[in-house]
Design a protein around this ligand. Structure first.
Ligand code: ADP
Ligand code: MG
Length: 693
């Protein structure tokens, strides 16, 4: 349970004074629904109200705070004209100007004959010096509250600065005194203040420098968030490893048989990855390993070897993939690779005949199936294994952490291998997985011909069709990708269907079509016709993006390439260049091109290196977007910016590791404080491990 001291922060913002439904809605949009969200909503600017000249010395166009005497009110004769209030000090006169004024409000707040403090930006109107709608009007006793530096918060439509600032202030007042979760010596070295002091300082910037991510207060807050993130991951990892490790080691007979039957020899990178994984499986702890390899680097066969270790040991293995199409493809590939080794494999997807499915489930539970391949259908309730020992998750960024864990929970101490073709920069990997072990396939299988990429405006479609025609006559197989934009799927599908019809006119019947709305057996039929070479051209939506492997395909045309992100373009392009046939990629765009789109296409033309592309993508898009935070199950960071706080991340990782090494039972005073930290950043699941530890 959440520590009681945090309760005031985990209430909805409408508990704050002055926050009604309308303001609450605005706050929810720009910060979040809870009081704690307001704490993380840091100023993006500031207004300095400390300049307090006499009226005569106030230049136009600057922010001033003036102490004035109210002289007289002047209600306009016509509504369109402003209401004016004349004020003065020893040096001169000042006019306060209000449009659409509420007379009563002004009479109450600016009583004639009294001294008031007003603050705002000066304007000259003829010889007059004016404040139009002053930001503040307060009695003299409150001058200090106004005459300082005021934070400016990011706003959203319909939410003004004043009520938001008030709400943040009210939220800050509810903040309890937190116990210290940071190492004292580290705090001193960094020159950081306590969390409470740092939070206040971050909300009360005194200069522009205080708004920077490297200001002491913001650094400390970012560090705490990263520490919470790293502690959560370390705890999860520790509990996984501690709970139910098992060592699996086979005798190698199945691996030898499969290796002997391979139509190619494994690359050095594949051999190394297989060795790392095998060694890891043989350890008594639980494996959680990432296999990174660019598109086409040959991850599938590595996965097969990992799964064979489980089968040799008399246990089962599962391979989970994001789409049904991919599940079928992997099933076919592995069936071929397994040959007559005697390993039984099965396919389990969402749809399909009920009777077949029931039979598969029974055999799975009885241990008659060694390897099962499927979609997320695999981790649904009701699916039981006899003895699941190894789970492989392909193209993992499509799955959340939760889904991976659910699959792992289907067996005792399941070893998990996640595979991704999206190269993950180190910082992102750390925040997503903590100290996940990883293997990398750095090279592609030998003999791969390079892919030539060209960028063309759609107006040259005629030329492209001509070129494709020649290529097809020479035996090429071609993907033709039409993009899907979610807002108007129907329209996009119509476009794909139309392109299909058009190409059929040019090329005859040997043009297939595959898209996400088709029934799975229709999809299969279209894919396998293309794989067999019964069709030469496959018009497709992005359903082919992930993992599809037809080595004979050598040309890919991507329409509206400007609509795709870099990672996606790279994935799509990776569908060709999977054999010794030279690949061709034609990126068609509809002008005019925006600057970012132009940059993306240029990078695609320049390089085929997935890691370089991922780095450029990070630069163009920023970390949060790289994998699509939602999709990837990546934690959302509110205060830390990986591009700015990378070093803090490394320290937080080391810190988390050290804490757990020194105090594995998490009994110390600091550990209790860390528990508060975890709940503060809503890492509740991880905090529970801490408690039961
Ligand atoms: P990805 O890493 O993108 O999942 P795949 O596992 O689909 O890549 O492999 C891509 C293609 O390369 C497949 O056609 C596969 O049969 C082939 N392949 C894998 N390993 C090798 C190798 N060592 N030598 C030659 N071809 C290989
Ligand atoms: Mg793959």
């Amino acid at each position: 349970m959440r520590p009681d001291i945090l309760n005031p922060l985990f209430a909805e913002v409408n508990v704050l004074p002055g926050v009604g439904p309308r303001i609450a809605k605005g706050i929810e949009q720009c910060a979040g629904p809870l009081v704690v969200d307001l704490l993380w909503h840091l100023p993006s600017g500031l207004i300095d109200r400390s300049f307090s000249p006499s009226i005569a010395d106030a230049p136009p166009g600057v922010i001033v705070t003036l102490r004035v005497k109210v002289e007289s009110h002047h209600k306009p004769a016509v509504k369109r004209l402003p209401y004016k209030v004349l004020c003065s000090d020893e040096s001169g006169e000042l006019t306060l100007v209000f449009f659409h004024a509420h007379e009563k409000y002004l009479l109450d707040n600016l009583p004639v004959g009294e001294i008031r403090v007003v603050s705002g930006r000066t304007e000259r109107y003829g010889d007059d010096i004016q404040l139009v709608h002053p930001d503040h009007i307060v009695p003299e006793s409150e001058i200090e509250a106004v005459q300082g530096i005021e934070p400016i918060y990011p706003l959203t439509a319909g939410l003004n600065l004043k009520p938001l600032t008030k709400a943040v202030q009210a939220a800050l007042e509810r903040v309890p005194a937190m116990p210290e979760w940071c190492d004292k010596a580290y705090l001193e070295r960094q020159g950081w203040l306590s969390w409470n002091e740092s939070l206040l300082a971050a909300h009360q910037p005194q200069s522009e420098a205080d708004l920077e991510p490297d200001s002491l207060a913001r650094q400390r807050l970012a560090y705490d968030e990263l520490l919470a993130n790293q502690m959560a991951l370390a705890l999860l990892r520790a509990s996984m490893q501690r709970a139910t490790g098992r060592n699996i080691g086979g005798d190698g007979r199945l691996r030898d048989a499969v290796r002997a039957g391979l139509p190619y020899s494994l690359t050095a990178g594949q051999e190394a990855a297989i060795a790392e994984i095998t060694a890891d499986l043989a350890e008594p702890h639980r494996m959680l390993r990432l296999l990174q390899g660019d598109v086409g680097s040959g991850k599938t066969v590595v996965a097969l070897f990992a799964m064979l270790v489980a089968v040799e040991a008399g246990a089962q293995a599962a391979l989970m993939v994001p789409t049904e199409l991919l599940a079928r493809q992997h099933f076919a590939t592995l069936e071929t690779l397994l040959g007559d080794s005697g390993v039984t494999i099965a396919l389990l997807v969402g749809r399909g005949k009920k009777s077949e499915r029931t039979a598969t489930l029974e055999r799975l539970a009885a241990g008659e199936i060694d390897i099962v391949i499927g979609t997320h259908a695999l981790f649904q309730a009701g699916i039981e294994f006899s003895d699941l020992a190894v789970a492989v998750v392909d193209e993992q960024h499509r799955f959340g952490v939760h889904q991976r864990m659910t699959l792992a929970a289907k067996g005792k101490g399941v070893d998990v291998l996640v595979m991704t073709a999206t190269p993950i920069p180190r910082t992102l990997m750390l925040t997503a997985y903590g100290d996940l072990q990883s293997s990398r396939l750095n090279e592609k299988p030998a003999g791969r011909a390079p892919i030539e990429t060209r960028v063309l405006p759609i107006s040259r479609l005629g030329e492209v069709a001509e070129g494709i025609k020649r290529a097809v006559e020479n035996g090429a197989r071609v993907y033709w990708v039409c993009p899907l934009v979610e807002e108007s799927e129907a329209v996009d599908l119509a476009a794909a269907a139309e392109r299909h019809a058009q190409l059929q006119n040019i090329f005859g019947a040997r043009v297939g079509l595959v898209h996400g709305r088709m029934k799975s057996d229709e999809k299969d039929a279209a894919m396998s016709a293309f794989a067999r070479g019964a069709t030469d051209i496959l018009v497709a939506t992005t359903v082919i993006e992930v993992g599809i492997d037809v080595p004979e395909a050598s040309v890919i045309v991507i329409e509206h390439a400007e609509r795709f992100g870099l990672a996606q373009l790279h994935q799509l392009r990776g569908r060709v260049g999977r054999s010794d046939k030279a690949g061709n990629c034609l990126l068609l765009y509809a002008p005019p091109l925006g600057e970012t789109a132009r940059a993306r296409l240029e990078i695609m033309r320049e390089t085929d290196d997935g890691f370089r592309i991922a780095e450029e993508d990070l630069k163009l898009r920023g970390a949060g977007e790289l994998l699509g935070t939602r999709q990837s199950g990546l934690p959302e960071l509110r205060l830390a910016d990986l591009a700015q706080h990378g070093e803090l991340l490394a320290t937080a990782r080391d810190d988390a590791r050290l804490i757990l090494a020194r105090d594995p039972e998490l009994q110390s005073e600091r550990s209790q404080a860390l528990r508060v930290l975890l709940y503060l950043f809503e890492r509740d699941a991880a905090a529970r491990y801490l408690r039961s530890a």
